[in-house]
Design a protein around this ligand. Structure first.
Ligand SMILES: *Cc1c(COP(=O)(O)O)cnc(C)c1O
Length: 289
């Protein structure tokens, strides 16, 4: 895997994904055509050189799912030099003790994974203390798969969480709902579409209850395996990683030391966490929290 051929591939893969995003957007029914879907390039585990390459190819929104990794990439000198207009999305599990750190991320565009009032309050209070002029954008993460070991608030509790953020958290703005959904690659297209529809249904319920226009509440859903379907049913924000950057295979080279814990939730040193994430990446959503 030589650097230059990898980089060339990224621009090409990015272009292909962008084309498919546009084509899927054009297939949407008329009432869903009010917005241009946003592509978030999920760069987790990938080096800063690849982020810069994608940025140079025109990509602006990037997603990361570990606080330490996002913190380090966003503060990286090269990225700061080359990617002035980068917009970071946090899409991983956020523990309240990591709130101060994530609020230090420059160019933080949105935290997509707010799944409890306690976390919303911690973000609101932390951001408030920083005395910024603008609010911090967040999304509420909803567990649409019904699997108990997934993160996200339950569909039934979503209205309450949205209402709490809107009424009790003046320093943060709720811009949408996010779901990770099922990672089951055996789902056929119809099953996938049905699962994607469940976030649409939650949005309708929330909007009806709180008298919000559905157009004012984004939907973040869809990943490499299903982003085109997600857009067709109304996603406004798709998070695509491996199709752009290549597989995040098992670690090799200078990665986790033998016996490193794969429990990303356990607080180790930052260096350890960085290493652990390499291993736990494609497994952490399956792990019991
Ligand atoms: C890794 C990840 C993605 C991207 O997954 P791909 O299948 O590589 O496109 C999207 N969303 C979340 C929350 C992720 O953790």
């Amino acid at each position: 895997m030589s650097g230059s051929s990898t980089n060339f591939a990224i621009a090409r893969q990015l272009k292909q994904v962008c084309d498919k995003v546009q084509a899927a957007a054009a297939r949407r029914p008329q009432h869903l055509q009010y917005s241009v879907p946003r592509l978030v390039a999920v760069s987790k585990t990938k080096g800063t050189d690849l982020v810069i390459e994608a940025y140079n190819a025109g990509q602006r929104h990037f997603g990361e799912n570990y606080v330490v990794e996002l913190y380090e990439k966003s503060n990286d000198i090269e990225i700061q030099d080359h990617c002035k207009d980068i917009k970071w999305h946090f899409i991983g599990r956020l523990q309240r003790n990591k709130v101060p750190k994530i609020l230090e991320v420059p160019n933080l565009f949105v935290i997509e994974t707010v799944d409890s009032e306690r976390l919303a309050k911690a973000l609101n209070d932390g951001w408030g203390r920083l005395k910024k002029t603008e609010t911090l954008q967040v999304m509420a993460q909803v567990n649409t798969s019904g699997e108990g070991n997934k993160n996200g608030c339950s569909p039934q509790d979503t209205t309450k969480l949205v209402q709490y953020i809107r009424e009790k958290c003046p320093s943060i703005s709720l811009i949408g709902l996010m779901t990770i959904g099922s990672f089951d690659h055996d789902l056929n297209n119809q099953d996938k579409k049905r699962e994607l529809f469940s976030l649409c249904a939650v949005r309708k319920e929330v909007c009806d209850a709180l008298n919000i226009s559905e157009k004012d509440l984004e939907l973040s859903m869809g990943m490499s395996a299903d982003y085109e379907h997600a857009i067709e049913v109304g996603s406004t924000n798709v998070r695509v990683g491996s199709t752009i950057f290549g597989d995040r295979g098992p670690p090799h080279g200078k990665t986790a030391p033998a016996g490193a814990s794969t429990d990303s939730g356990k607080d180790g040193s930052d260096a350890n966490l960085l290493m652990n994430k390499m291993e736990s990446l494609d497994l952490h959503h399956l792990a019991v929290n």
